[in-house]
Design a binder for this molecule. Structure first.
Ligand code: PRP
Ligand code: URA
Length: 209
């Protein structure tokens, strides 16, 4: 069964408070999401395998470690997931980036897929699917289906704020996928928004309504 990790690092929690704050404007919202994505990327890469290499320091030759040639793919769920990509690439600059375009139908709350483009070597890559919000879980489940249908085998899901309902949905349909979140909120409201959440992530990030 997939594990759920909540990143309780004080810097992540501090920045998340300002991301939630209704008074935070688009520019600052984007900057904060970018910073939190970097901090989360630092935590999520904790278990990347290392290999030993030789290095010559100014003092002497030594053995040291580098990341073993893992092929990583970062896949934002459009739109809001885009805001997390640069923050992750600051730490993993060689990662390839795929895109899954989904929007949630406002009436049915069901995801509608409109775009998919993934990096090459899908079967050999480890993927991190990113989206700030995991609400009903419909979008995450659909994005994970989309990757698996194209051959992805090793996938993690990373988001800022999750509702318990969304976590359960991902665990039900993708028990092999570990979930990494900054906060597990209370519930969904009648419109499918996370409570207390941060509102509409895409609209706050791009200044739309
Ligand atoms: C938001 C969010 C997730 C989805 C989560 O996107 O970024 O993708 O809702 O909701 P769910 O778990 O109930 O599926 P939205 O559909 O608003 O699209 P947008 O990013 O294009 O605004
Ligand atoms: N999508 C968002 O952007 N926010 C929510 O609270 C739920 C879904």
């Amino acid at each position: 069964m997939g594990k759920v990790y909540v990143f309780d690092h004080p810097l992540i929690q501090h920045k998340l408070t300002y991301i939630r704050d209704v008074r935070t404007g688009t520019k600052e919202f984007r900057e904060l999401i970018d910073e939190v994505a970097t901090l989360m990327a630092f935590e999520i890469t904790r278990d990347l395998p290392l290999k030993e290499v030789d290095v010559e320091t100014p003092v002497q030759k030594a053995k040291s470690s580098v990341i073993a040639g893992k092929k990583l793919g970062v896949v934002p769920i459009l739109r809001a997931g885009l805001g997390m990509v640069d923050g992750i690439l600051k730490l993993i600059p060689a990662a390839k980036v795929g895109h899954v375009g989904l929007y949630r139908d406002p009436e049915t709350l069901k995801p509608v897929e409109y775009y998919v483009k993934l990096p090459t070597d899908v079967e050999e890559r480890d993927f991190i699917v990113v989206d700030p919000m995991l609400a009903t879980g419909g979008s995450a489940v659909e994005a994970l289906n989309s990757l698996k249908k194209r051959g992805a085998k090793n996938i993690r899901f990373m988001c800022l704020i999750a509702a318990p309902e969304g976590v359960e949905e991902v665990k039900k349909y993708h028990p092999d996928v570990d979930i990494y979140i900054a906060a597990l909120d209370e519930k969904l409201n009648e419109k499918g928004y996370i409570v207390p959440g941060l509102g509409d992530a895409g609209d706050r990030m791009f200044g739309t309504k």
